[in-house]
Design a protein around this ligand. Sequence first.
Ligand code: PLP
Length: 390
Amino acid sequence: MKAQLQFADNLSRLGTESAFEVLARAQSLAAQGRDIINLGIGQPDFQTPENIVEAGIKALRDGHHGYTPANGLPQLREAVVADLHRRHTVEVDPKNVVVVPGGKPTMFFAITMFGQPGVDIIYPNPGFPIYESVINYSGATPVPMALSEENGFAFSAEAVLAQITDRTRLIIINSPANPTGGVTPKVEIDKLVAGLLEHPHVALMSDEIYSNMLYGGREHVSLLQYPEIRDRLIMLDGWSKTYAMTGWRIGYAVWPDSMVDHVTRLCINDHSCVNAATQFAATEALNGPQTAVHSMVAQFDSRRKIIVRDLNTLPGVRCPDAAGAFYAFANIEGTGMTSVEAQNKFLNDAGVATVAGTSFGAWGEGYVRFSYANSTENISEAISRIRGLL
Ligand code: PLP
């Protein structure tokens, strides 16, 4: 008899990250011989620095082939603590650091730790699509924190605090932000933290995966710098973007005491531990020289200036200054196209892969995300192809 499977209800509520679908379409067009410039996917176009690769190879040669502690190698968690001290001047106990396979698992664990039917989770929109997807999957109600161009795509603390109810369990923030490049100023973070003291039932997840990528003299404000909310803060960061290590699959978060055992158990149930050699490589990334990071960030900065300047010269297009990460979020309303129409036209007719703003939530309508993790030549060529089209 033919199988008649009955999947769990929550599976139908799981969303996706459209950037991967755009990548697949771009790759299939390229396979057909089309010349495609990829400004779609959010990953550095650099190779992982050599010293990090060598540390991974050495770990394999030295026989590190087995399981590690579920929360990560002790020396790696120590290296994370030292890095956090160096970059944010904060004290963190290694026992609060949990290493996982990428930035995404922390999101999944944090959201499913709090999300269930009948509760609300506030998340940025437009924002990283996995937040809304996993909130829906958990059965919780996603409450969008609407981000706007007028505000530089920063959240307004007042607006976020006004959305909190007895049902709210978790607030997610992300600065520097994907897909907008927006950076939330310290004054808004101060206000959010002060307001949260009135709502002790609400946890906070701060996604700081782009914390090394700020431009124009801006400095990152880590939520770890606020001791008054450390007992409910999950601070997510990782290696993928900073060290061009997206394919190695490693990331971490700092968890409060009350959540460490829960998340460690989730790790044991889910993946046991991160690949051992990758953990050795990640340790070298933090303990070794940072020159490659500075050079990558400097290159992103010069590409950023070019893409923002050139996008603003296109008819019907307006692009606000992108303060962080490696994305320009251009307003395309003046072209008369919707986000998806523009994404499809740019790819099919100009051979330029971008991602529609609506892939990041309903508030992304009217925008297209350009990732400038590509060479200046390709960026200039992409803009000139789109100019021809418009
Ligand atoms: N957080 C944000 C805001 C991101 O944009 C991404 C990746 O694009 C991640 C987390 C996940 O990174 P990882 O590849 O390490 O899972």
